[in-house]
Ligand binder design. Structure first.
Ligand SMILES: [Zn+2]
Length: 303
């Protein structure tokens, strides 16, 4: 009897109280949106980076430390995307649960298709290359599916009494994603094989999924601003290969892309890599709805 009481007391201490929501902090709004879908009303989410900010360089606000101190789960993109700002915040939060290796830590890249893993040793001369592969992988909806499953598993581990709810929510998310993927694939199918240039190397997973061919970047190297000589190379390449569009993440200056467009006739398209890029992009589904419609409309204008 005594042992049972003790066991129950221990369980009660370990479990999240019924009235407290699981506190989920993510670095990206994309993960927060997926966590909202999978967690439903059992979770409260907060994203550190806004979708209109460069996810490599986030201004660390003091309020982030409090959020991290109280977090039960931390979802990161990993692959060193957050290396510039997250480690000191984690140190200051003093929350061992959400540190790498802790029970509440979730690296969303695990299990996802990761492209652009360097085949040679990474040096500074190569620019801001990520040694573990391209960290912008959530722009492939199939990776979104893998992330959702990982979030459901993590939440079930942290909050076991919600496991069946998380499974049910996950099933609904996956069903909607499968349906939306058919719609998105259908809209993009006429443009299979279209060549594009992108400002930063943010789109390899999107391009692979939707069968676009990325032939160059406005940045001469990842994280390095445009240079006149590289811009000239891109103009020549786009003219020779008849590239119809330059995709620009919302946090880059449009001056060089507009100049390239004026010389090549290509369309400049502000392309949102994350939820929250504009207020209308509220969910992971909105993200693809918005970008795909923008791309299709721009391509129609080119025909
Ligand atoms: Zn990057």
């Amino acid at each position: 009897m005594k042992r049972l009481t003790l066991a129950l007391a221990l369980l009660a201490a370990l479990a999240v109280p019924a009235f407290a929501k699981v506190q989920v902090v993510s670095t990206l709004q994309d993960f927060a949106s997926i966590a909202d879908s999978v967690g439903g009303d059992r979770v409260e989410t907060f994203a550190l980076a806004r979708g209109y900010q460069d996810p490599h360089f986030v201004d660390a606000k003091p309020s982030f430390i409090l959020k991290l101190t109280r977090a039960d789960v931390l979802i990161v993109a990993g692959l060193e995307l957050e290396i510039g700002y997250l480690p000191p915040l984690l140190d200051q939060s003093r929350n061992d649960k959400i540190r790498p290796g802790g029970p509440g830590y979730l690296d969303a890249s695990a299990g996802c298709e990761i492209l652009g893993r360097p085949t040679q040793q990474v040096t500074r001369a190569m620019g801001d290359v990520h040694p573990y592969g391209n960290p912008h992988y959530w722009t492939d909806p199939n990776n979104g599916r893998i992330i959702a499953r990982a979030i459901a598993a993590k939440l079930s581990q942290i909050d076991p009494s919600g496991a069946s709810a998380y499974q049910k929510n996950l099933a609904a998310f996956e069903a909607k994603l499968t349906e939306k993927e058919k719609e998105w694939d259908g809209k993009m199918a006429p443009y299979a094989g279209t060549k594009i240039v992108t400002f930063h190397d943010s789109w390899p997973n999107f391009a692979k999924h939707f069968k676009l061919e990325i032939v160059g970047h406005v940045e001469p190297k990842p994280g390095i601003p445009p240079t006149p000589s590289h811009t000239l190379e891109i103009i020549n390449l786009m003219t020779a290969q008849k590239v119809p569009a330059v995709l620009v993440e919302p946090y880059f200056d449009l001056k060089t892309p507009n100049y390239i467009a004026s010389k090549t006739g290509a369309a400049v398209l502000v392309f949102y890599p994350s939820v929250g890029g504009i207020p209308a992009i509220k969910t992971y589904f909105d993200l693809f709805d918005h970008d795909i419609d923008a791309f299709v409309n721009a391509m129609k204008g080119k025909k």
